[in-house]
Design a protein around this ligand. Structure first.
Ligand code: ADP
Ligand code: MG
Length: 745
């Protein structure tokens, strides 16, 4: 029977290799194997330069056999071994086969072949022992050599015992046993976009001849990946559009109007325009599904709050979901403050049209929690601010009209869906991202939502200067702390950010203060969004506790009021510390990334980031957004021992070079190798792509095309009933997403 792309990989690899391929490369089907793109191609008709071998690193080389001879082994006279020498014309590598049988009639002097193995040094010379190989034939024979002149030899990345050669032979077998590769794309579409057939793409990728460009095959795979993603997103958009929501029509003369009237600043044009869009969408009887992105500090919160007030004016409730307790508490505080007596609904002396803003987090006292739950279910609270705790089952609302998710990429789709189910009809949904996102990501990861972008910052923002401080230069470090002291002397405040909490030198009194917050389930200390990076030195990272001790003992900082903030502190302690800092009662806040998002203290002007190389670009940008929020100039100092020229240093230099979040977001993607777009761990969305390069302009255009094409196709054929191949690929991708989600838990 002929195989298809869906056939199990074991059919061409055998069961043992199948396990390895699945585990190490995610290759489960024959189609996956065909989508396994070679790492590189050996140029046709050229011997490989043999001068650049590395001990223990597998190689694939094209070479000429210079000499080959058998000889018997001293201790086993009946066994003959084959010793040969390979050459590229200048350099040589020895070949050894302990049994000559089966090789001596192939590995012949003057013949050319491709050899693969792991080189070692033996008596000062390079050796390949028992390499895999394929002979092309005698160099003197033009016909035989033609074959090798005519093709590029694919080299696959190896895994465990599976060599590039083995993969090549599996691919060969796959081609032989596959029927015609089924074409998922409609012909008209293929012609319009000038795409080669999927089968031809595989040919180009795995068996290119001298004139072929394997890149054209890869282009087709990129398009296919983009198209399947976009078809899924188009279907999701349709599904959301078909939902019915309660229309929430803004009522004039309500809370929103009163709020606008007392706003201490002018809204930016962007804030006003997006506000109008949100009100118009709330007034529709299908749910809003919108992403609000904007530069750090562009004022997204006010935009969201105005939408929430419009929802309350229309008789509904609004929920604001924040990723951390610190941020939830701060939102609660700042929203209450912005609303003033409008937030004292039902209270004596409160405004007539006021409402109540409740706070619900995992870490709060059970009395406060009970009160908040009650305010939500009775409708007493028009606005409920909270963390993950808001999503839990027993949290009920009287009439939830609008859900705002702040700093989206900490929340998963499933969590949002859980919130959606909190009303008889799905509420309107507004998602805010912490940092600007490049268009490629907007189109893929958030492609099922409409997007609004706040491009301008409110007037009166001060520029932030960012500098790298090399920690191996004591004078620079000393100057840094002096600078901190000067800033405090000038009446400002300072953040010192550390990559970890660390252990306190002396055990804190009181049992289980650490346990409480953990049980509460609010994960305040966000991990850096990048995996440990190449070029990042392994070393002991600076912890908050150690830093606090060190700064307390630093003469330059004598007399300054220092405090620590991190996720392992009790909710009340966290809250009290943040309040004290906001009130100017703390000069220097030594914190983890718990302050990364949303924390808003305009008087803070300096940020010192310890071990800055440990943070990703967007995370540093986000952190840096905590300063420069007021009138005074901001200064961000990135402390690092990353050496110039390393990847880590390059990231820091990118951050130092610009404060434009859109530029940085793109740079971030370029510097990331591949795969995970936003960090799947955080996005909770399947954001991994295999072929598309999210930092690449050409791929950005390709995604846009695929988006247009897929939307058109889904509009015409919503269930893809007329395109079974495509429907199957869509189903497969959805399965993978589901599996990935379950794995992450
Ligand atoms: P982000 O977009 O990063 O979430 P915020 O919503 O926290 O930004 O806003 C940052 C600060 O700017 C807040 O103190 C907010 O009150 C203030 N702000 C928002 N809009 C304006 C405006 N139009 N003019 C002046 N200040 C503003
Ligand atoms: Mg914010």
């Amino acid at each position: 029977m002929l195989l298809t792309e869906d056939s199990a990989i074991a059919k061409v690899s055998g069961p043992k290799a199948a396990l390895l391929l699945e585990r190490n490369k995610g290759i489960r089907t024959v189609g996956d194997l065909l989508e396994f793109v070679p790492r590189k191609y050996l140029p046709p008709g050229e011997l490989t330069d043999l001068s650049s071998l590395t001990e223990g690193e597998s190689v694939v080389v094209v070479a000429r056999v210079k000499t080959a001879a058998t000889r018997s082994m001293a201790n086993r006279p009946r066994q003959r071994m084959l010793m040969a020498v390979l050459t590229d014309g200048r350099h040589q590598v020895g070949l050894t086969f302990f049994k000559a049988w089966g090789h001596e009639d192939k590995v012949l002097p003057g013949h050319i072949g491709v050899f693969s193995g792991t080189p070692s040094r033996y008596q000062g010379k390079w050796q390949l022992t028992h390499p895999e190989y394929e002979m092309f034939g005698d160099e003197a024979d033009p016909g035989v050599i033609e074959a090798y002149r005519n093709r590029q030899i694919p080299v696959y990345s190896t895994t465990g015992t599976i060599s590039s050669f083995k993969i090549r032979s599996m691919v060969k077998l796959a081609f032989e046993s596959l029927g015609e590769i089924r074409e998922p794309l409609p012909d008209t579409l293929r012609r319009r976009r000038r795409l080669i057939g999927r089968g031809d793409a595989f040919e180009l990728i795995h068996r290119p001849t001298v004139d072929d460009d394997p890149g054209r095959g890869l282009h087709r795979l990129r398009y296919d990946e983009a198209f399947v993603l976009q078809a899924i997103l188009a279907q999701r958009r349709r599904a959301v559009e078909s939902l019915e929501a309660t229309a929430r029509v803004t009522r004039p003369g309500g809370l929103l109007a009163a709020f606008d009237a007392r706003l201490p600043f002018e809204l930016t044009d962007g804030q006003r325009e997006i506000g109008a869009v949100l009100q118009a969408e709330l007034a529709l009887s299908r749910p809003m599904h919108r992403l609000l992105q904007g530069e750090v500090g562009s004022g997204k919160t006010v935009v969201a709050l105005r939408a929430m007030l419009a929802a309350v004016d229309a008789g509904g409730q609004a929920a604001l979901l924040a990723p951390t307790e610190v941020l939830a508490a701060q939102h609660h505080r700042s929203i209450s403050a912005m609303l003033g007596d409008l937030a004292e609904g039902g209270r004596l002396g409160g405004s007539e049209i006021g409402t109540t803003v409740a706070l619900l987090t995992g870490g709060q006292s059970s009395a406060a929690r009970r009160q908040a739950l009650n305010d939500a279910v009775t409708g007493h609270a028009g606005i409920v601010v909270g963390t993950h705790a808001l999503i839990q089952q027993h949290v009920a609302f009287l009439d939830l009209a609008l859900v705002v998710v702040d700093e989206q990429h900490r929340f998963g789709v499933e969590q949002r869906d859980a919130l959606r189910e909190k009303g008889s009809k799905p509420p309107h949904l507004l998602v805010m991202t912490a940092t600007p996102i490049p268009r490629t990501v907007a189109m893929t990861v958030f492609g099922d939502m409409e997007t609004s972008t706040l491009r301008e910052l409110p007037k009166g923002r001060s520029p932030i200067a960012t500098h790298i401080v090399e920690t191996n230069r004591p004078a620079w470090v000393e100057r840094t702390w002096q600078r901190v002291a000067e800033e405090v002397a000038a009446g400002h405040q300072v953040f010192v950010v550390c990559p970890k909490i660390g252990e306190p030198a002396v055990e804190e009194s009181g049992a289980g203060s650490a346990g409480a917050a953990e049980e509460a389930g609010d994960d305040d200390d966000i991990e850096w969004d990048d995996d440990p990076q190449e070029g990042v030195p392994l070393k002991e990272l600076t912890g908050v506790h150690a830093m606090l001790d060190e700064l307390s003992a630093t003469p330059a900082l004598a007399g300054l009021r220092l405090a620590a903030l991190h996720g392992r502190l009790d909710s009340e302690v966290k809250d009290a510390t943040m309040r004290a800092f906001a009130a100017g009662e703390v000069d220097v806040l030594v914190a983890t990334t718990v302050i990364e998002v949303g924390v808003d203290v305009p008087n803070a002007t300096v940020m010192v980031v310890m071990d800055a190389e440990r943070f990703g670009i967007s995370q540093l940008h986000q952190l840096r957004g905590r300063i420069g929020r007021g009138e005074a100039r901001g200064l961000c100092l990135l402390m690092t021992d990353a050496q110039p020229g390393t990847d880590a240093r390059e990231r820091l230099e990118a951050v130092a070079a610009t404060t434009d979040g859109f530029v940085l977001a793109r740079r971030d993607l370029e510097l990331r190798r591949e795969g995970d777009v936003l960090g799947a761990r955080q996005s909770g969305r399947s954001s991994s792509v295999r072929f598309l390069r999210m930092g690449n302009r050409a791929d950005e255009d390709l995604i846009a095309q695929a988006r247009e094409d897929a939307s058109a196709l889904v509009a015409e054929d919503p269930t893809l009933a007329g395109h079974p191949q495509l429907a199957a690929r869509v189903a497969m991708r959805l399965d993978e997403e589901q599996a990935a989600y379950l794995e992450r838990g």
